[in-house]
Design a protein around this ligand. Sequence first.
Ligand SMILES: Cc1cc2nc3c(=O)[nH]c(=O)nc-3n(C[C@H](O)[C@H](O)[C@H](O)COP(=O)(O)OP(=O)(O)OC[C@H]3O[C@@H](n4cnc5c(N)ncnc54)[C@H](O)[C@@H]3O)c2cc1C
Length: 275
Amino acid sequence: MKPRRFDYVRPDSVEEAIAVLAEYGDAASVLAGGQSLMAMLNLRLAEPAVLLDIARLKELDTIRIAGEKVEVGAAVTQNRLKDWPELAGKLPLVAAALPLVGHFQTRNKGTVCGSIAHADPSSELPLTLATLGGEVVLRSRRGTRALAARDFQRGMLTTAREPDELITAVRFPVQSTRRVAFREVARRHGDFAIVAVAATVESATALRIGVGGVADRPAVRRATIDGAGAVKDFFESLAWELEGYDDTHASARLRRDLVRRVGLLVVEEALRCAA
Ligand SMILES: Cc1cc2nc3c(=O)[nH]c(=O)nc-3n(C[C@H](O)[C@H](O)[C@H](O)COP(=O)(O)OP(=O)(O)OC[C@H]3O[C@@H](n4cnc5c(N)ncnc54)[C@H](O)[C@@H]3O)c2cc1C
């Protein structure tokens, strides 16, 4: 299939971009890397009257450290963040997750913010942002607001973004630990995760755990490590709590089993990492 006809707008500034969104609202679609949107246009799952191309807006192509956060602008591609020299030092969990996002070619075009805007429950970047307690920056003519990742993603491909809002950046809190791990099970390298688990060690006894691919959005929990059985019990009850679902890739039962098994491996790996 081919997309329906649409007008194409390439603004020269963020101000211009939000003016277009103020005028067209949900009749406009923001085009970033196009790695998800182009497929949706071709399948006519999205039928915008206007395509607003922000990929070449220089003011959004920035990675900057702002206090205790790393702010990634909406035109920054996944490969640009992956190659950022400070990534492993400031955001080791993101460094662990990024190589699993699609393929080299898709990461060359796909943006970090586009992945978070798309809100696929199996995507690695929304899971990482949620696990780290990051936030999404939204701008419109009405002003700018920052939403916590847990409040931004509302469900499968559904977010709290209003139709006139542009995501201008996401902010990841700088990590004070290198004790992290990220693993996933996918059919092939570069596929979306069937189940993904992220872990970051917060103190001698506390971990933050994120699970993707099982519920309709990332699930983030704190776990206390007080003995070998505690981590096993934690994932056992999380697997039942999240339930999982059946699709062509896996049954709900397999998903629950993967949560238990991948969860244990991820925690072991995070605890083994040098502090
Ligand atoms: C072969 C292939 C394999 C892939 N594998 C994976 C994978 O394993 N894991 C994974 O996570 N992803 C995967 N992807 C998807 C990829 O990561 C996309 O890059 C990502 O989902 C969307 O980013 P994008 O910049 O391309 O956004 P686009 O496709 O341009 O946009 C996606 C959606 O977000 C909206 N949007 C984008 N930017 C903004 C913004 N600044 N403000 C408001 N709305 C915005 C768009 O309107 C659209 O609805 C794969 C894609 C392909 C083609």
